[in-house]
Design a protein around this ligand. Structure first.
Ligand SMILES: C[C@](O)(C(=O)O)[C@H](CC(=O)O)C(=O)O
Ligand SMILES: [Mg+2]
Length: 297
């Protein structure tokens, strides 16, 4: 109750060990702390904290408007409500290399297991939109070096995301990724790849763990966990899936209330009160003071 019982350092170690196992780790995006609990209860390997979701949650587009403080605070609220390791989208690191180092330290303090830092120019935009641009090699490498040098827990996972595929083509993106690994990245997130052949090309070129982004309505096809496993991917994120599902259901529900004048017909699609209380571990709060009370007796 109240918060995760697994300390952040243990979560990072667990995440590292799971990655080393070679099996595909599945990380749905939690749109709030409660949904992180749902993800954990279903048996997933970790929780993703998406920049797109975080900004959409505030009613903003994903164009680099959110700050390091906002992202760290929200990611920390999510991380502390689950025993699963949480990986957060740190966009471009929120500034110059020194800011990147400070961002990473803030995320460590907030209990995150790792983050990804991308090579887009500031202000960044969603990786599946046209018209994005990437920084030069030196700037991209300095961001990753700063993240790696800045972390105090060597188990904090620094994932280098490259958006170069859509800007410079596949070969240049692979070259960029190799250089990011040489700069110290623990894993690579090749953004907006067109299809399985491109994942295979990344796998053939790199030895570090690879992250696949299965976001809907984007540039690439949605691949199954089995396909991603066969392609040698190590982490898959479903960044905006739960938000899209929740907003889709909320929209349909609002229409139904307007049309029929009651939510009666929606009840079987809702999480029940009992299910919510179970997820919140309500009972534990009721028992919390019992020891004190019994002691007095
Ligand atoms: C992964 C991502 O960076 C995110 O913020 O969740 C987004 C997802 C999306 O907008 O669909 C991205 O791919 O840029
Ligand atoms: Mg993002």
């Amino acid at each position: 109750m109240l918060y995760a019982t697994t300390p952040a350092a243990d979560k990072r170690r667990i995440f590292r060990d799971a990655l080393a196992s070679g099996r595909l780790l599945r990380l749905p995006g939690a749109f709030n702390p409660l949904s992180a609990r749902l993800i954990e209860s279903k048996g997933f390997d970790g929780v993703y904290v998406s920049g797109a979701v975080l900004s959409a949650d505030l009613g903003l587009p994903d164009i680099g408007l959110t700050t390091a403080t906002e992202v760290t605070a929200r990611a920390g609220q999510i991380a502390r409500m689950t025993n699963l390791p949480a990986l957060v989208d740190a966009d471009t690191g929120f500034g110059e290399p020194m800011n990147v180092a400070r961002t990473v330290q803030g995320l460590e303090d907030a209990g995150l297991a790792g983050c990804h830092i991308e090579d887009q120019v500031n202000p960044k935009r969603c990786g599946h939109l046209d018209g994005k641009d990437v920084v030069d090699d030196e700037t991209a490498l300095r961001r990753i070096r700063a993240a790696v040098d800045g972390r105090r827990d060597p188990d904090f996972l620094v994932v280098a995301r490259t958006d170069a595929r859509a800007v410079m083509g596949l070969d240049a993106a692979i070259d960029r990724a190799r250089a990011l690994v040489d700069a110290g990245a623990d894993a690579v997130f090749p953004e907006a790849l067109a299809g399985p052949e491109e994942f295979a090309a990344f796998r053939a070129a790199l030895d570090v763990p690879l992250l696949a982004n299965m976001t809907e309505f984007g540039k690439g096809r949605l691949l199954t966990a089995q396909q991603l496993t066969d392609l040698g991917m190590n982490i898959v994120i479903y960044p905006v899936t739960l938000l899209r599902l929740a907003m889709g259901a909320a929209s349909a529900g609002l229409d139904e209330i307007l049309e029929s004048g009651t939510q009666e017909g929606l009840l079987d699609r809702m999480q029940t009160r009992a299910q919510l209380y179970d997820l919140l571990d309500y009972a534990a709060y009721g028992h919390f003071d019992e020891g004190v009370f019994n002691f007095r007796l």
